[in-house]
Design a protein around this ligand. Structure first.
Ligand SMILES: Cc1cc2nc3c(=O)[nH]c(=O)nc-3n(C[C@H](O)[C@H](O)[C@H](O)COP(=O)(O)O)c2cc1C
Length: 324
């Protein structure tokens, strides 16, 4: 029996549009799933569990209607849960995921076997995100179905390990689904992720610049204007290292000195919550370097498909020359 997630073969491209705080909502998720890639969102993008349930119902209803009207199969959708004692909504949100049989759960921070068992009870899958081997081993022991390897340069709370090394290191002991995260912005990048040994590509920053994302136009324009060196890796905003657009740090008056500190800046009341901080200071990965537009998801996915195919065809041609 294959140890890989069964839904992969039904996708139009091996892609998950990654969950992003304040960015992903039903509009983005629905469009991704209609176009054959997995759409996801963090449960905490809704302020309450009631609001979270409303989004679940909205997404399920829209995808059911799409399937009935077109006869096509929508890709599964996923929800990101923060599994940590500081998340007071965890229990209630898990109950809602079970009630609505959310196909894919993406856990961050804690990989807990009870959560995995609860999701498996209705046939759901659990992918867990990690930045290093030790976390991956713990998650594997908890029985997760897939590991999301968050490599250097990724948007949000990124890791520091090169993607090739990270995939190779984790594949030595984990035989289930491997999802690579970090700077995957084009169809060629998706093909490269597969070439490295991943089963799926996890794309965040590229989907900030989808028309259906909740990001403001200024945020999207800053992504287009930024290069890889304009992305700053700092713990100053969250207390945990994450990548942010340098121009947004500058606009918020954050100095080089602040950024060097290995801990969160005391912003005072103005930005006393994570949400307030991330609304003002914009996260993105080094993949901004190749993002030059804002597109509807349907066009974006079509472009990715063409680039993916072209790049694999180019690779096959290499075999006419190498190895020799
Ligand atoms: C603005 C932003 C918000 C994010 N919020 C979350 C989040 O709430 N939960 C999570 O698991 N990952 C979050 N991430 C990380 C993404 O899910 C994903 O790992 C990352 O964006 C992939 O790297 P890329 O942006 O280079 O494509 C966020 C990333 C960005 C850019």
């Amino acid at each position: 029996m294959s140890t890989k997630a069964p839904f992969i073969k039904d996708l139009s491209l091996p892609v998950i549009a990654a969950p992003m705080f304040l960015i992903s909502g039903p509009k983005l998720v629905i469009e991704c799933c209609k176009n054959g890639i997995v759409g996801t969102f963090p449960a905490l993008n809704q302020r309450t569990s009631d609001g979270f349930e409303e989004w679940l119902v909205e997404i399920k209803t829209a995808l059911d209607t799409f399937e009935k009207e077109t006869g096509k199969k929508a890709a599964p959708f996923g929800v990101n849960l923060i599994v940590h004692p500081t998340n007071p909504r965890l229990e209630a949100d898990i109950k809602l995921c079970i009630k609505h049989k959310v196909p894919l759960i993406i856990t961050s921070l804690g990989a807990v076997s009870q959560v995995v068992d609860a999701i498996h009870s209705y046939g759901g899958l659990v992918f867990h995100d990690v930045i290093k081997k030790r976390h991956a081993q713990k998650a594997a022991e908890a029985g997760v179905d897939g590991l999301i390897l968050v490599s250097a340069g990724a948007g949000g709370h990124a890791g520091t390990i090169n993607p090739m090394t990270l995939v190779a290191e984790i594949k030595k002991f984990f035989y289930k689904t491997i999802i690579l995260s970090g700077c995957i912005s084009s169809g060629r990048d998706i093909a490269s992720a597969l070439q490295m040994g991943a089963d799926l590509a996890y794309m965040g920053t590229r989907f900030i610049n989808a028309e259906e994302s909740k990001a403001t136009d200024d945020y999207k324009e800053m992504i287009i204007a930024s290069g890889a060196s304009d992305v700053v890796y700092t713990a100053a905003i969250s207390g945990v290292h994450a990548n942010f657009l340098g121009a947004s740090l500058k606009a918020a008056g954050i100095t080089e000195e602040d950024l060097k500190k290995d801990r969160k800046i005391d912003f005072g009341k103005e930005m006393d919550t994570e949400a307030k901080a991330w609304k003002t200071i914009w996260s993105a990965g080094q993949g901004v370097a190749t993002i030059e537009n804002v597109l509807p998801v349907s066009t974006l996915v079509n472009n990715l498909k063409t680039e993916f195919k072209t790049s694999i065809e180019e690779q096959i041609k290499v075999l006419e020359v190498f190895p020799k």
